[in-house]
Design a protein around this ligand. Structure first.
Ligand SMILES: *Cc1c(COP(=O)(O)O)cnc(C)c1O
Length: 390
């Protein structure tokens, strides 16, 4: 065997995003014990900074020791018991994953489905909530498979109106667009580290409301998975009264998350949102000047995930292969019904910079030209630059 040295890459797909040198340096600091007092104070600081980032002062906020899907599984498995009714909005790959999990939890699942590329329609959700007692309404705030933003405030409001607990997938939204758990009055909200937080994958920040915690402690049956059972997990992350061993926290991964949060608050939450919005506007102007089109209508586009339609006669995979080989640039492919039909260009966290926008436009224009699609790269750069000037 030999040491593994990854190739240099620029990450502009649907996650992971580029990890900054300061986060990589934090990951390499010496491992200490997970019950060491110094580590416990790091855990407390991560909990409180996640509460600040989610704007969830009354929620219990912890990072789960596994990727974003673990947050999804924890939310579904802790809130749903066999026979409970769940309404699940599906407007892309991740809504479908939630419905599969709810089915495995033994819940009676009502799926409300939308075409890929559209946001969740609150009217159709209200129709489903009206039809009887519902325990949980689950939806994706930022659908990474399509690049669509749904209206979390309205959907969480509907859950409250009909007495359901809300589960909101904020894996791609947290750190890229506004996530305001208190204003939404949301119950369980989870995220991941490798999208707009720009830490490596492997952790899932989650926030649980007092209502959600009460529902979990009052369950009639045990949570079906052990690692993510919130009742057990909080004996470890709860703080007061001393911690008891539950699992061994991924210590160095938490150094990385902590550093990414320090960087985020140094820059300022508002400034981070503005940077994502501006780089998106520049990229969009450049792509449109090249003659490319978005899948999603402007009003519901995510700045951090740009889904671009592959023009007639262009080979989707060949373009991605070209930019990877010639520019070390990773772009995302389409999933499910969008396979072969779109590219997904991420502007997440450390990858949301003017430099990334310019590089992407140049690389894409070159790859398209190799396929016989004439893209005016000078016009694209000028259109992008116009959006980046103060
Ligand atoms: C990436 C993603 C997930 C899953 O996260 P993993 O870290 O890949 O497990 C879930 N939901 C959405 C919206 C995502 O973008």
């Amino acid at each position: 065997m030999q040491s593994f040295h990854p190739p240099r890459r620029i990450l502009m797909g649907p996650g992971p995003s580029d990890v900054s040198p300061r986060v990589l340096a934090a990951l390499a600091r010496p491992t200490i014990g997970h019950l060491d007092p110094a580590f416990q104070s790091l855990m407390e600081e991560i909990k409180s900074s996640l509460g600040r980032l989610f704007n969830a002062p009354d929620h219990a906020c912890v990072p789960l020791p596994a990727p974003g899907t673990a947050g999804m599984e924890a939310a579904i498995m802790n809130l749903l018991e066999p026979g409970d009714r769940a309404v699940i909005a599906i407007n892309g790959a991740f809504g479908g994953r939630m419905a599969d999990m709810a089915d495995r939890a033994g819940a009676e699942v009502t799926k409300v489905e939308f075409d890929w590329g559209l946001p969740v329609d609150p009217h159709q959700i209200e129709e489903a909530l009206k039809s009887g007692p519902v325990k949980v309404l689950a939806f994706v705030h930022a659908e990474t498979s399509t690049g669509v933003r749904s209206d979390a405030a309205t959907l969480c409001g509907l859950a409250r109106k009909y007495g359901a607990l809300s589960i909101v997938d904020c894996v791609t939204s947290l750190g890229g667009i506004t996530v305001d758990v208190a204003a939404w009055d949301a119950d369980v909200v989870y995220s991941g580290t490798q999208k707009c937080l720009s830490a490596p994958p492997g952790l899932s920040p989650i926030a649980l409301s007092p209502r959600a915690q009460k529902a979990i402690t009052g369950r009639k049956t045990k949570v079906r998975n052990w690692l993510l059972d919130f009742n057990l997990l909080m004996s470890y992350w709860g703080g007061e009264g001393g911690r008891t061993y539950h699992h061994t926290a991924p210590i160095n991964a938490l150094y990385g998350l902590h550093e990414s949060l320090v960087a985020l608050f140094e820059e300022g939450q508002q400034a981070v949102m503005v940077r994502h919005a501006r780089t998106h506007e520049a990229l969009a102007a450049g792509l449109e000047a090249m003659g490319l089109k978005f899948l999603v209508a402007e009003a519901s586009r995510l700045p951090q995930l740009n889904t671009i339609l592959v023009p007639e006669g262009v080979d989707e995979a060949a373009v991605r292969a070209h930019v990877l080989k010639a520019w070390d640039l990773e772009l995302g492919a389409g999933l499910g019904p969008l396979k072969g039909k779109v590219w997904r260009i991420g502007l997440m966290g450390s990858s949301a910079t003017p430099w990334h926008v310019r590089l992407c436009l140049t690389a894409l224009a070159e790859a398209l030209a190799a396929q016989g699609f004439k893209a005016d790269v000078a016009a694209a750069q000028a259109a992008a630059d116009a959006k980046l000037i103060d």
